[in-house]
Design a protein around this ligand. Sequence first.
Ligand code: TRP
Length: 374
Amino acid sequence: MAEDFTVTPWEVTGDIDYELLAERFGTSPIDDKLLSRLKGYGDLHMMLRRGIFYSHRDLNVILDEYDKGNKFILYTGRGPSGHTHLGHIMPWMFNKWVQDKFDVDMYFQFTDDEKFLFKQDATLQDTKKMAYENALDMIALGFDTKRTKIILDTENVKTMYPIALKVAKKINLSTAKAVFGFDNTTNIGSIFYTSMQSVPAFLASELAGRNIPCLIPCGIDQDPHFRACRDVAPGLGYMKPGQIYCKMFPGLSGADKMSSSDPMATIYTTDNQKEVKKKVGKAFTGGCVSVEEQREKGGNPEVCAIFKYNYYLFENDDGKLNELSKKCRSGEILCGECKAALTERINVFLEKHQEKREKAKDVIHDMTFEGFRW
Ligand code: TRP
């Protein structure tokens, strides 16, 4: 039997079979028909072409509404537990593309409450500070400063609380246990938390006094929250939010998910050039031990972390990506060369990103929901 895997909002382990995961969760594949529908709005994002965003709920319904002139609100978020790494910004880049393509407003939720509740040693000061740091990265990606609102749960709670209460009243403990795996040792704040993550899906509708569709692009690990959110929506008179889900961004160690628990296999947006070089240098490639052997047998891009980074983020051009794969398999290009090229790419990206991140400090206060100050 193949090794099993676990994917929940709090834990991702094992060798993930993404098709099986979508089946277990009950999400639908983004098939060719849906891809060609999406293509009708212009080009297809690389992450759609490559099946990185690969599964969804009700995307067709959201697009039907859009076609009728009923624009959706875009919603995604981040639990501010530490500095931002490449695995976080991957789906954010996709969100930015959706915002531009469909010309829509957006809510970006920072769940400082969530990370306070779920992380043993976190203080509310820590999680709020991290939300600020993470928000700089989000802004640096170029989200429309007028159309994007930053929600910070502990600051915006006054407006959010009545909606969260309505959601909470519709979810009972046995559902929460079944969906999230809670037990008798779980603190009661954690049990309530999912209702806070539902709020931005309904917020625009609540404020407008009519139903505004909501589309949530994010990692598929968040599906348990949105399953609960969708289940309660009709009973509260809201439209169910639609989701478009991506796979987890891999770690440099070859693991299925980049994780802060392994800092050497994780590239943070705040890393300097030397750190990037060192981390990429140590990455898992699956290449052969000797140059001779590799020239003869070639490498295997399917298991190589370096290749995956090009695939997920750093090589936009499908032709060039294919060529790289061929050169690797034939032994024409060696791991050292690939590592050097990727290091260069990441560093060029980070240098620009870090500049934009600094500039974000000038606009971050203008982007907060209901004008809260950090
Ligand atoms: N729970 C998410 C996390 O731990 C944070 C989050 C809140 C989120 N709202 C979201 C993620 C909407 C994706 C989409 O990171």
